[in-house]
Design a protein around this ligand. Sequence first.
Ligand code: SF4
Length: 116
Amino acid sequence: MKESQVVNELFEKWILDAKIKLDEDNFFLKINDYLESTHPEICGKCPPCRDGVVRLETLLNKYKDGVATLKTLKEIEDIVYNLRSSRCSVGLDIGKNMEVVLENNYHLLYNPVKKY
Ligand code: SF4
């Protein structure tokens, strides 16, 4: 299975198992691969999806580069929440899959930026 599919199916699987989470191996690579795979579907009509997905990729790259902060994580959360106001299922689905990541893999995003 391609990495992008693993994330793409997260919300669908979450309906059956609310504890479903991404395997920690290649965590950022999986998400990156997934977000990149959505590019051809993004038509650009609404900001939450058009601007949000690109911004999410930039913010997640900060983790890969070791420069993420709590502010980075907060912005990721805001963008993912914002995807709820997307105009069609493309943005909505990206948001739903990313909400599962935030819900069940949160420590992978929080631990590198926590202050204590
Ligand atoms: S959510 Fe739908 S309408 Fe909005 S930019 Fe994405 S594909 Fe276009």
